[in-house]
Design a protein around this ligand. Structure first.
Ligand SMILES: Cc1cc2nc3c(=O)[nH]c(=O)nc-3n(C[C@H](O)[C@H](O)[C@H](O)COP(=O)(O)OP(=O)(O)OC[C@H]3O[C@@H](n4cnc5c(N)ncnc54)[C@H](O)[C@@H]3O)c2cc1C
Length: 471
């Protein structure tokens, strides 16, 4: 590093995806691990704390670092190797999920786990140990990472795997970027024989029905996701739709090979003739309680076009990245943005906890405009949110009188804790350190110990980690 960071690292205002958290920080974008190591040394010398930012797709303050240094990981975005026989790909930390599947799908490989948007980077997917609509079956992202490279606070380069420093491997995955920079990921992809999925939509009369529909189908589905109309009440509390989908087996889809082409995965440029780039504008007319109630009711009542067997075909990108159909959709929430709270609750308590959560929101008149329901399975990562249970993700517009939202969020934090659940940092901006520590129990202390050992001078930190007492 030739010039001091305080001179050459520009100030930028960065936000979380929800747009309700913003922070000024200096930003640099190293292109190699050596450049990154030099940035670490310079930051230490200049008394700055360092955070990592991938695509900035975490909803809250996970990738923010107020007044300190933010490393933009996207300058390191080379795909290093891909073996089309084994489906193993190696990529730098700044490579996105989109860049991975665009590289591999034509040869029949799709990432085993993807989030609901294609823009997150390898570093961000590792840092949060993201999950997909198949988490009940495939587990989280970390279950498919064979190996990764970590650049530590001292500038050491370590290669980690289930056999090489396995404890550190399990702490870095889901470790919020607090143990070092993930500079390379070796990932095992899933073999697919078609670019399409068979999707079966099912109507759920209420939350209890949705739990039952999932329970009946987890052993026979590749993907399951529930959409919840959070305005439903009484017998219709938590009503919604379940989407169950399956991969085609080898030879089953007559158009299997041709649909692997990238041209068959592109999301449409216009919806009903309206350019997608401007769609958030008319959508903003519905981003209020009456509008959202109407949209949710129409979505619930309108049957989706299906063939005789009750299914339709959708591309991998279309099914997986529904939220990417409308670019910049988050802008519809206006200047103060929105937050997401995702409740992770064990199987034994989830039915009661989710019903209580929906009722509390209605009582407080803070109703989520979008609810998403999933089934999860446990994993062995140190700070993982994964459990043998369920999640309910709730998007809330930040209202003018925001205090009622923060009060409601505090209730939701309490409901999770009382139900024995966990919090998911990728979606969180409201949980306090005490609740987080209680939810994770001894794992919280183990993580803090490991962090102290790996980074004794506390070089790495971010706004979320400070709030959660992890930095
Ligand atoms: C529309 C939408 C849908 C989503 N759907 C899902 C979903 O279905 N399932 C799910 O699990 N998540 C979902 N997410 C959340 C998203 O997948 C995670 O927040 C993910 O971590 C974002 O990756 P990113 O590259 O943007 O990382 P950022 O948000 O920029 O950073 C996230 C974390 O990763 C760390 N990090 C980033 N890069 C590195 C690096 N190189 N080395 C070390 N640490 C690093 C940061 O320190 C930070 O703690 C969704 C987000 C959006 C916007």
């Amino acid at each position: 590093m030739s010039a001091p960071l305080r001179t050459h690292a520009a100030w930028r205002v960065l936000d979380g995806f929800g747009g309700s958290k913003r922070a000024w920080s200096r930003s640099v974008a190293p292109r190699t691990t050596d450049e990154m190591a030099a940035v670490f040394a310079a930051a230490r010398a200049e008394g700055m704390q360092v955070s990592f930012r991938g695509a900035g797709r975490s909803y809250g303050d996970a990738s923010l670092n107020s007044g300190q240094l933010s490393i933009d990981g996207r300058a390191m975005r080379r795909i290093l190797s891909f073996d089309a026989k084994t489906g193993v790909i190696e990529a730098e930390g700044g490579v996105s999920i989109a860049e991975i599947w665009r590289h591999t799908l034509p040869q029949g490989w799709w990432p085993a786990v993807v989030p609901g948007t294609m823009f997150p980077t390898m570093g961000g997917c590792v840092g949060m140990n993201i999950h997909g609509k198949n988490c009940f079956k495939a587990g989280p992202f970390g279950d498919h990472v064979l190996e990764l490279d970590l650049l530590t606070a001292s500038g050491d380069k370590k290669t980690l795997s289930r056999t090489q420093e396995p404890e550190l491997f399990r702490a870095v995955i889901g470790g919020l970027g607090l143990l070092g920079a993930v500079t390379r990921v070796k990932l095992h992809l899933k073999h697919v024989y078609s670019g399409r999925l068979k999707v079966r939509p099912l109507v759920s009369r209420n939350l209890a029905h949705m739990f039952d529909q999932f329970a009946e189908r987890t052993s026979t589905s590749d993907y399951l996701v529930g959409w919840v109309d959070c305005f439903g009440s009484g017998d219709a509390l938590g009503r919604g739709l379940v989407h169950q989908s399956h991969h085609f087996a080898e030879g089953e889809d007559p158009k299997g090979h041709e649909t692997l082409a990238l041209s068959k995965q592109e999301l449409p440029g216009a919806i009903m003739g309206f350019p997608k780039s401007l769609l958030w504008l008319p959508m903003s007319l519905f981003a209020n309680d009456q509008g959202a109630r109407f949209v949710n009711a129409v979505k619930y009542a309108l049957p989706e076009p299906v063939s005789n067997d009750g299914t339709y075909l959708d591309s991998h990108a279309g099914f997986s990245f529904l939220l990417d159909y409308v670019p910049d959709w988050r802008l519809m929430y206006g200047r103060d943005g929105f937050i997401q709270v995702q409740l992770f609750v064990p199987d034994a308590t989830a039915r009661d906890a989710f019903a209580e959560a929906l009722r509390v929101c209605q009582k407080r008149n803070v109703i989520s405009y979008l609810g998403v329901f999933k089934r999860h399975k446990p994993d062995d990562f140190l700070l993982s949110h994964g459990l043998d249970g369920w999640s309910l993700a709730l998007d809330f517009k930040v209202p003018r009188d925001a205090q009622r939202l923060w009060d409601c969020a505090r209730d939701l934090t309490r409901i999770v804790l009382e139900a024995g659940g966990t919090y998911y940092p990728a979606k969180d901006q409201v949980v306090d350190a005490e609740s987080f520590a209680k939810a994770f129990g001894p794992r919280y202390d183990q993580f803090r110990d490991m962090r102290r050992q790996m980074d004794p001078s506390a070089l790495f930190a971010n706004d979320q980690a400070r709030r959660l007492g992890l930095a």
